[in-house]
Structure formats: structure tokens, C-alpha cells
Design a protein around this ligand. Structure first.
Ligand code: NAD
Length: 480
């Protein structure tokens, strides 16, 4: 990284108050960098820059295909520097290098995918009556804000900013205070393109300061937020004051539903992977395991064996499981484990800190399998954000569906069965935004619409659906 500053109106700057915040390596506790602690005034400057540019003749007449070419250049630059960027992401988030490399590739894919869409945003002609020509235009919404979480910093800033710029908007993005580094790197990449100044603006800072200021800013036209339900709700309230639309992606308590006729080896592999990836700090983590009673004991034994084989270490050692993000998240997990014990949980494996020589200052948590919780208990219902999976039994398909739908979330579900009719029947009954049958994640799925039912949020990101977030529909009727 060359810069450790904010990027506003094409300039690298410190915050107006010149205050800083530290970002740390979760594997060692060491300070990695200091970045500006942006506040309301800095957000104002970024929004003004984005507004000025949005309304400028230069941006309004900028050819869509040229926007696409720039986004394509960003994809190329991400790939050129992939190793360096992956290392940065690993140091900042703690995730194993292989996972960080996949994140960089997914980010490049987002830019590539939306680059191709920049000149393919169509309206429609609508038959009304003779003598009237009616058509719709899909116009950019204006200044778009992007509040990004710490679990997939580069991927999440890429998925929404690529779609927003492709559709002709300008951007104010705020990375999470714990993981701002790859967002700054992305700003460096934009800086090296011929994107007009003020299209991409980056403000670093705390959620309660910079994040809140963005949410309540009257001159922001749309907010995309990924994070907790509580903060998502606060962002929505801020936006409501100015009647601004939001797209919210708020996590989940996603089930893997394992029927007795499934390919068990394949299912075990993915059940473990879906909760181990990024140390379980993934909105779509498979954190509930619903298994048909007839195979439950056998299946759980296999899951436990696999969980105990997981290798734990620093992200740069590139093993299976890295540390939890920070002290706050780690204490939160320990608290969940205490509650689980009080709720009568049986720990089949894990449930505690991983002690390893040389890693005493890191936040390492053992892969954990819990059984015996009531489906309506606190730990069965709440997102833990840890490598912790809770198991439940069902007898019938109907019970499986009820259990799967039995939380306030609805982001993702996995169905494991060789019975095709059953797979589709169950998929049709589950209230979640993405259903995977005999797989989980489909390799990332930049092309697949993604988002939640219920408290998992609303609006869709990824795929062509995301373009709706960033365009406003206008109807034009001409009498001839
Ligand atoms: P958070 O929701 O508070 O933070 C996410 C982003 O929102 C960060 O950029 C943060 O700076 C910003 N933010 C915080 N307060 C804000 C406010 N008042 N207004 C505007 N923006 C604000 O998440 P957290 O506290 O870091 O994590 C807590 C829990 O949230 C996790 O344990 C997990 O359950 C959930 N989470 C979910 C996701 C996801 O991908 N859905 C990501 C991160 C966290």
C-alpha cells in the first residue's frame, strides 16, 4: 500500500480533525496501520464531491461503454496485484491466504461482470393507446453510499460499487473500522484509471461517526449496507429521515438440511466447509445442521471427525481456520458458549479458545459442534459469527421445513438429498433468498442474485438484479 489516507474528489487526504484509528492483525494483536478517523465533516466533503461529479457535464456525458472499460481495468489491476492484495486482506482480517486469494478473484469478477453491463441498461416501450409512444428510462439514482462490513472487506465493497458505477452513479464508500486496508488499495487502483475525480470516494472511520453520518446524510440517494440487524435497522432509520432507499444484507442462521438418502461424504464435506470458511464469520455460514433422525448419530460423528481435523493458524500460514476478527467478537462468542451451556447444549467438539504456542495474542476459536439445544433457544436463533454449528434432528420433510423456517432470518439454505422431486418441493417451501441443492455456495456466484427474506434484509445484490438498486425508473409518454 502506498497510501493510508482517505480518497475524496481524487485527492488523498487526512480527516479534517486529523485524528486516526488503528487497524490490527487479529492473529497477533499487532497494529498494522493507522488510517484517518473520518467524521461528519469528512462525510460531507465526500458526499459533496460525489454530488458535484454526478451533476457535472463530464460525468453526465461520459459514455456508458467507457465506464465499462474503466471497471474492466479495475478487474485487470486487481488480478495483477492479486498476491499483494490477498496478503493485505489476510493480515487485516485474519483469514487464510487461500481464502483471501479467492476474495480478490471474486472482486475482480464483480468488476468484470458489471463492466459488461455498463452499456446494456435498457428501458422498455409500453403499448398504451394509438397516438401515444410510451417508454421507460433507467437512470442512475445519483450519489450512492456503501457501508461495508469487516468479514469480506474487498469483496463486499467491490460487489456494490462496481454495480453502482456501471449504472452511472457516483460513490461514497466506508469500509469497517477494523479492516480498511484493501478498500484503500481499491481507491489506489481507481486513482490510476481515468475515472473522473469524485466518482469514487472513500471515507475511513467508525460506524457510529462516519457510518451514522452517511446514513443520515440528506444528499445521499441510496445506501447499501451489509452487517448486523441492529446496525442495519439504525441505518434504515437514518435513511428514513430523508426518505432514502436502502439495500440491506443482514446475515442469517442458515440451515443445511440433510436427508437420509443424501451422499453423506459430499454433505459432510460441505457442511464443515460452510461453517469453517472465514472462521464462520460469513453472513451465509451454514450455522444450523438439520439431520434426518435415522442418520443423525452417524452423520454427526463424521462431522466431528472432520471438524477435529481442521488446522488452525495465522492467515499467512494458510491453514484451514484463522483467528476471529477482534476481542469484541471473540468475547461475544465466549458469551454465546456460556448461554449454550445454560440452555443445556452438549458440545460434541470445541466450545473454547484454541491454545497454541506462539499464538497467545490471537483470537483463535476451536471448530465447534453443538447438539441438544431446543430449536427456539437463544443460541439456536441468533447469528454467532463463529466456527460453531448447532445440530437438530427431524423425522419428516414437513418437520425439516418448519425447522429451517423457524428463525427470524432467511438468507441461505442447503438441501442434501438424491430425491430430485423432494429437493424442489423443499426449496419451494423455504423462506430464504438462495437455496443450494447438493452444494453450498455454487463457487461464489457473482452472477446469482443474493439477499434475504425476513430479518436477513431486503433488496438483492449480485447478478443483474443488483442493477435495480442503482437505477431509478422514469416513464415518458409522447403524444404524436
Ligand atoms: P456492524 O453491523 O455494526 O458493522 C458493519 C458496518 O456498519 C461497519 O462498516 C460499521 O462501521 C458500520 N456501522 C456501525 N454502526 C453504524 C451506524 N450506527 N451507522 C452506520 N454504520 C454503522 O457489525 P459489527 O458490530 O462489526 O458485528 C456484529 C455482528 O454483526 C456480527 O457478530 C455478525 O453477527 C453481524 N455481521 C454480519 C455481517 C454480514 O455479512 N451480514 C457482517 C458483519 C457483521
Amino acid at each position: 500500500m502506498k497510501k493510508q489516507q482517505m480518497y475524496i474528489n481524487g485527492e488523498w487526504i487526512n480527516s479534517i480533525g486529523n485524528e486516526k484509528l488503528e487497524t490490527k492483525n487479529p492473529a497477533t494483536g499487532e497494529v498494522l496501520a493507522e488510517v484517518p478517523r473520518g467524521k461528519k465533516e469528512d462525510v460531507d466533503a465526500a458526499v459533496q464531491s460525489a454530488r458535484r461529479t454526478f451533476e457535472s457535464e463530464e460525468w453526465q456525458s461520459f459514455p456508458p461503454i467507457e465506464r465499462g472499460r474503466i471497471l474492466h481495468k479495475v478487474a485487470v489491476a486487481l488480478r495483477e496485484d492479486a498476491e499483494e492484495i490477498a496478503l493485505l486482506e489476510t493480515l487485516d482480517t485474519g483469514k487464510p491466504l487461500t481464502q483471501a486469494r479467492k476474495d480478490v478473484e471474486a472482486s475482480a469478477l464483480y468488476f468484470e461482470y458489471y463492466a459488461g453491463m455498463a452499456d446494456k441498461i435498457f428501458g422498455e416501450t409500453i403499448p398504451v393507446q394509438p397516438g401515444i409512444l410510451d417508454y421507460t428510462l433507467r437512470e442512475p439514482v445519483g450519489v450512492t453510499a456503501h457501508i461495508v462490513p469487516w468479514n469480506y472487506p474487498l469483496q463486499i465493497i467491490s460487489r456494490s460499487t462496481a454495480a453502482a458505477i456501471a449504472t452511472g452513479n457516483t460513490v461514497v464508500a466506508k469500509p469497517a473500522e477494523d479492516t480498511p486496508l484493501t478498500a484503500i488499495k481499491l481507491a489506489e487502483i481507481f486513482d490510476a484509471t481515468h475515472l473522473p475525480k469524485g466518482v469514487f470516494n472513500l471515507v475511513t472511520g467508525y460506524g457510529f461517526e462516519a457510518g451514522a453520518a452517511i446514513s443520515e446524510h440528506p444528499d445521499v440517494d441510496h445506501i447499501t449496507f451489509t452487517g448486523s440487524v441492529q446496525t442495519g435497522s439504525a441505518v434504515m432509520m437514518g435513511a428514513a429521515k430523508n426518505v432514502k432507499p436502502v439495500t440491506l444484507e443482514l446475515g442469517g442462521k442458515s440451515p443445511n438440511i440433510v436427508f437420509e438418502d443424501c451422499d453423506q461424504e459430499e454433505a459432510v464435506e460441505w457442511v464443515v466447509r460452510s461453517i469453517i470458511q472465514n472462521a464462520g464469520q460469513t453472513c451465509s455460514a451454514g450455522s444450523r445442521l438439520l439431520v434426518q433422525q435415522s442418520i443423525k448419530e452417524e452423520f454427526l460423528k463424521k462431522v466431528v471427525v472432520k471438524m477435529e481435523e481442521i488446522q488452525i493458524g495465522k492467515g499467512i500460514d494458510d491453514l484451514d481456520l484463522g483467528p476471529i476478527l477482534n476481542e469484541k467478537q471473540f468475547s461475544r462468542i465466549l458469551e454465546f458458549m456460556n448461554v449454550a451451556r445454560n440452555e443445556g447444549a452438549k458440545f460434541l467438539t470445541g466450545g473454547e479458545r484454541q491454545e497454541t504456542a506462539g499464538l497467545e495474542n490471537g483470537y483463535f476459536f476451536k471448530p465447534t459442534v453443538i447438539d441438544g439445544l431446543a430449536p427456539d433457544s437463544y443460541v439456536s436463533q441468533e447469528e454467532i459469527f463463529a466456527p460453531v454449528v448447532a445440530a437438530f434432528a427431524f423425522e419428516t420433510e414437513q418437520q425439516a421445513i418448519e425447522l429451517a423456517n423457524g428463525t427470524e432470518y432467511g438468507l441461505v439454505a442447503g438441501i442434501w438429498t438424491k430425491d430430485g422431486a423432494r429437493a424442489h418441493r423443499v426449496a419451494s417451501k423455504i423462506r430464504a433468498g438462495q437455496i443450494f441443492i447438493n452444494n453450498y455456495g455454487a463457487g461464489g456466484g457473482v452472477q446469482m442474485p443474493f439477499g434475504g427474506f425476513k430479518k436477513s434484509g431486503f433488496g438483492r445484490e449480485k447478478g443483474l438484479e443488483a442493477l435495480r438498486n442503482y437505477t431509478a425508473l422514469k416513464n415518458v409518454a409522447l403524444k404524436y
